[in-house]
Every structure is written in C-alpha cells, then in structure tokens.
Design a protein. Structure first.
Length: 500
C-alpha cells in the first residue's frame, strides 16, 4: 500500500477512535551486563564483550546486576508505580539468531513495578495522563547486520553478521495501559509521552536515553475502534521507532492505514511492522505472537527479587527533582507566563538555557538567543535545538559581548552564524569578520557628519525641537557603518552636533 492511497487523517477520525499502547525499552547505563560481568561500553570490536553466561553456554549461571535492580525501582517510583515486594524473572522462549540462549531472561506476570502513571503536557499546554501498566527488567538481544540486500533487512540479504556484545545489556521495558480518549491528538500524545519519559530517565541518571544510539526505543501499538463501541480493534505493533518525531509519524500513519484497510472491507492483521523514516510509512514484519506463544516459565537459575520496604523508601526519598516539578520552579524563577514557558518547552530549550545561565548569562538573554536565532536555524535545518553546533558556553560568551557593548544584536547574530559555520569561538569570529561595535567618537564622527549633511531636512526638524526624528539619522549612521556603530553613542553625537 502506498502512502498516496491512504484515506485522510480527518476522514479516519470521523469514523474511528484511536487506541494506543506504547512499549518503551530503555537501555540502562550500568558498567556491566544484567546477568554477567561483561562490559557494556560502546564501540568495542564485535563479540569481544562476551562470556559463557551472555552467550548462553552450558553450565554458565547468571547473577543479577544490583545496580540494574536499583535503577528499575527508581524508574518505577518516578512513574508513580507500586513496587513489588516479591518478583522474579522468567524465560521468554523464542528462536532468533541474535538470541544466543534461544530465550530472553525477562519478567512476565511479576514485574518489579506496576500500576503507575505519567502526566504529559501537549504543545498547547493541555495535560494528558498516560497510565502505566508495568515496568519490568530484562536483557537486550545481540545485533544482526544483514549484508548484500537493498534494504538492510534479512529479506534479500546475501548473509548476516552477528555481534553479541549487546546481548545481556540491562533493559527496562515500560508498558502503558491502553491510551484512550486522545482522539485526533493521539499521535501528539504519543510523542509527548516519549519526550517526557526520556527527560525523566535522563533526570534520574539511569541512562542517556539517546534514541539515535538505540538506548531508548519505542514500539507503537495502535488499533481503531468504531466510534461509540467499547471493543478495541485488532492492533498492529510498529517496532523500534527511534526518534520523537517518528513516534508521532508512525502513530498517524497507522491510523490512516487501518482506516483505509477497513474502508476497503479488509481486516487488520495482528503483526509487527517496520517504520520507514524517508516517507513515514510502515511495512509488514511478522505475525505477532501472543504471550502463550513464548512459553514463559520462571527462570530456575535466578532467585526472586524481594526489595525491602525500607530500601524502597530510601530510594524514593533520594529521587531528584522530577521534570514537571523542575519546570514549574524554573517558570517561577524566570518570571515566564504559561505561554512563554510553553514556547520554551516546545522548542526543547530548557536544558540549553539552563546550561547557558550556568555559564554566566542572564536567563532572559539566554532564552532570547535560544528561542530566537538558534530556534530559527534549527527549524530551517530540521534538527533538534540542542544538536546545533554551538555550545551553551559559546552562547553565554555572545551574551557577555553584547552586555559589554562590544556587540549589538545585529552583530551578535553574525557571530552566532560564524560559530555555527565552524569559524571558531565567538571572539575569534568577531576578530575574523571585523564585527566589533564602533563606539569611538573619532571613528563615528565622520559617519555622523555625513548623515547630517545628507539629510538636511531631518537635521532642521531636530534643531527645531523634534528630537524623535533623530532615529532617521541614527539609521543612516548604522547603514554607513554596516551595523557596527554604537547606536546610543551615535544618537548622542547627532544631538550634540545639532544643539538639541
């Protein structure tokens, strides 16, 4: 099915109510794997960070990573979950080449955390509560690289390479309850939820949650139910979506695809699907298994986990300030209206502003540049604000140069342009482009005299007391100096010369 053949999103929502379920896998930032002592460091040569345990060799026995358990509890607490007093691991049985044991050590009916929620804020400020079914511990699989095909997938490949360095990396899988009631905003809710979850995970310090590096991945489950009915439709599961924008696009596409299939009299197949970044479409993967297909049974080689209530409460008391609370505090500290704070959030500018302030800039100036010039450039290039090739320290230096009177706003924009272009630090760009403000009277004098001579009518008005007309002469001076004149000093010199 091509994207062009889909019914419109609006037509789909006229007949159906989207129901979503989001499964997010977070790779924990532990030094060692979940059940063995192998390193988790990225970038090692393939199959060099393995041992008999993570390769599933006979006679090897797993041992639970205590830091992984602690991280799981902290995530559960931050998601307002109940923490199990007793839980255990299970074997999830299926065969796939990147599973060296032919089963994944996970949790099934006894997760470490369950029954929570996360409030997320949409772009217009509306708050939507996403209920959490569970957060459970498990291990990651290895990595398959399919060589020789056109798509990078197994179909059509000449051969496949397997790297088991990632096998056994600690994961937390966070599963929502069915998300209903979002209506047309369902894709937006999906993006907002994953955005908020990523910020929470980073705040806890348990993972960098870099979606582009696979440290955080989202599976988007979606079904449609006819408006007015209670029973959910058949769901599809779009696997391993790896950017915030793609989460929203995948949900939106699946709404349209489901509606198109149903409108044509077809039926939805419960299956996994692959998301394609280039056009926002999905394609079929494999028929989706049910839980019984995995033949879960308790892991016999691992003892149950029974975190004491005292330990859980110690972890709760030590939680950092969580993102929503922090945003409220910052809004008060920065003196922003709800609308202005929402603009900061929508631009992804909270962290860049905070780091710029930490580097010495006033909050209002930091916000001005990140939400102005830098946000504009991020939009033009289709990149995240925080990914711009300029550091908060460099933005803080630009703010300092403006405060010192060495740059005006126009010149500051050119300095930022130079830094983004790789021309060096702000001071180097100022020197290289000759952008310093001209404030010396002798240097400005000639431009002021020329402006007065070229505009005798305006000069006469100023001599007659119409001081507000001085702006036209200041503009002429700025033009003559290519925007480098100190406008305030130029105004003073003009008024002195005209005796006003």
């Amino acid at each position: 099915m091509s994207v062009i053949s889909l019914v419109s999103y609006e037509d789909a929502l006229a007949s159906y109510d989207p129901v979503m379920g989001l499964e997010v896998h977070v790779e924990l930032g532990t030094r060692t794997k979940m059940f063995c002592g192998c390193s988790t460091e990225l970038g090692a040569e393939p199959n060099t960070q393995t041992c008999p345990t993570c390769l599933g060799l006979p006679g090897s026995l797993p041992v639970v990573n205590a830091v992984g358990v602690e991280s799981a509890i902290r995530i559960g607490l931050a998601l307002n979950c109940e923490i199990a007093e007793w839980c255990r691991f299970a074997r999830k049985n299926y065969f796939y080449p990147d599973m060296p044991k032919n089963f994944q050590t996970s949790q099934y009916d006894e997760p470490i955390a369950f029954n929570g929620y996360l409030d997320v804020q949409l772009e217009d400020g509306e708050v939507f509560r996403v209920e959490i079914e569970r957060a459970h511990m498990e291990e990651d699989t290895g990595k398959s690289t399919h060589v020789g095909g056109a798509t990078g997938r197994i179909h059509g490949a000449e051969y496949s390479l397997l790297d088991y360095n990632r096998a056994g990396i600690p994961l937390i899988e966070i599963v929502t309850k069915p998300i209903v009631g979002a209506g047309a905003r369902a894709p937006e809710v999906a993006k907002a939820y994953v955005t908020e979850l990523r910020e929470l995970i980073r705040t806890l310090g348990v993972s960098e949650a870099r979606m582009d590096k696979g440290q955080m991945r989202c599976d988007v489950n979606l079904s449609l139910r006819p408006i007015g009915r209670e029973k959910f439709g058949t769901r599809s599961e779009t696997k391993n979506v790896n950017s915030l924008r793609s989460v929203e696009r995948a949900a939106r596409f699946e709404v349209q695809r489901h509606a198109t299939v149903l409108a044509d009299g077809g039926t939805i197949v419960q299956e996994t699907r692959h998301f394609h970044e280039e056009d926002g479409s999905t394609t079929s993967g494999r028929i989706k298994e049910e839980a019984e297909d995995y033949r879960y049974f308790p892991e016999p080689d691992l003892v149950p986990i029974a975190p004491s209530r005292e330990w859980v409460e110690e972890l709760r008391a030590a939680l950092p300030e969580l993102p929503r609370v922090r945003r409220g505090r910052l809004q008060a500290e920065w003196g922003l209206s709800d609308k202005d704070m929402q603009a900061v959030l929508n631009a992804g500018a909270v962290e860049p502003i905070l780091e710029t302030v930490a580097a010495g800039a006033p909050a209002d100036q930091a916000r001005k540049w990140w939400l102005g010039e830098l946000a504009r450039r991020a939009n033009e290039t289709g990149t995240e604000l925080a990914d711009q090739p300029i550091t908060p320290a460099q933005v803080a230096r630009v703010c300092a140069l403006v405060a010192e009177g060495k740059l005006n706003d126009k010149l500051a924009r050119q300095v930022i342009e130079g830094v983004l272009a790789g021309e060096g630090e702000p001071d180097e760009v100022v020197a290289g482009r000759g952008l310093a403000v001209v404030s010396d009277d002798s240097a400005l004098g000639a431009a002021v005299d020329q402006a007065i001579a070229d505009n005798p009518d305006v000069a006469a008005k100023i001599r007659d007391g119409k001081v507000q007309a001085v702006g036209a002469l200041v503009g002429a001076v700025m033009k003559a100096t290519r925007g480098q004149a100190d406008a305030a000093r130029a105004k003073d010199l003009i008024l002195e010369r005209l005796g006003a």
